[in-house]
Design a protein around this ligand. Structure first.
Ligand code: GRF
Length: 212
């Protein structure tokens, strides 16, 4: 059965594009029912419109607090992803229990580090500052912490001599674009189970290697 998705964005939306491209190419059996941005005028909204996906701008500044913002998001998203998943793809807001309790274990995030290393903002710069030789990206289920939920998939990316934040971020993004649609397809195939709160995938899960 095709997986219903809502994608939350705040910026460029290249991960949204990767999802849309995978659907278009038949690699992902899913439908993006709605794209919600908390920021008006961002490129992600153009990408959605180009793919004829409905969009909505919900500026967080219009709400007195996080819970009120989250409650409105729940109201908007519940009808479109009744059985589906919410994907945070570059969504730069922390979600509260108001949101997470409405979609238990059905909110996914993509983060540009090998979690649990470098949670929070600018994970690529954090990796450079620490001098690690390998970093990468992670797809995980969202819980109440910041980038702490159960990890579903990761890909490793070497830090090269002379890397800047931007060159490293670009190479990590390539891997984000591979692993996010792949995980969604595994979920769409009904291959994800939670055992004691930890995700397990049945069937063949392709190894996601070290990517230069
Ligand atoms: C990605 O690096 C993602 O891991 C992080 O924010 C960035 C979003 O990029 N959460 P894009 O908007 O998908 O291009």
């Amino acid at each position: 059965m095709s997986l219903d998705l809502a994608v939350l964005v705040s910026g460029s939306g290249s991960n949204l594009q990767a999802i849309l491209d995978a659907i278009e190419a038949g690699r992902l059996d899913a439908r993006v029912r709605l794209v919600v941005s908390n920021v008006a005028g961002v490129k992600a909204l153009d990408r959605a419109a180009r793919a004829s996906v409905p969009t909505l701008v919900v500026p967080h500044k219009d709400y007195p607090n996080r819970a009120a913002f989250d409650a409105h998001l729940v109201e908007v998203l519940r009808p479109v992803v009744a059985d589906g998943f919410v994907v945070l793809a570059g969504f730069m807001r922390i979600l509260t229990a108001t949101f997470l309790d409405a979609f238990p274990r059905r909110v996914l995030n993509i983060h540009p580090s090998l979690l649990p290393a470098f949670p929070g903002v600018d994970a690529q710069q954090q990796a450079l500052d620490k001098g690690v030789r390998i970093t990468g990206c992670s797809v995980h289920l969202v819980d109440a912490g910041t980038d702490t939920g159960p990890i579903l998939a990761q890909a490793a990316v070497p830090v090269l001599d002379g890397d800047t934040r931007d060159t490293l971020a670009a190479r990590i993004l390539e891997q984000e674009h591979a692993i996010l649609p792949a995980v969604l397809q595994w979920i769409s195939e009904g291959r994800m189970q939670l055992v004691d709160g930890r995700p397990r995938f049945s069937g063949v899960v392709p190894a996601l290697g070290l990517a230069r």
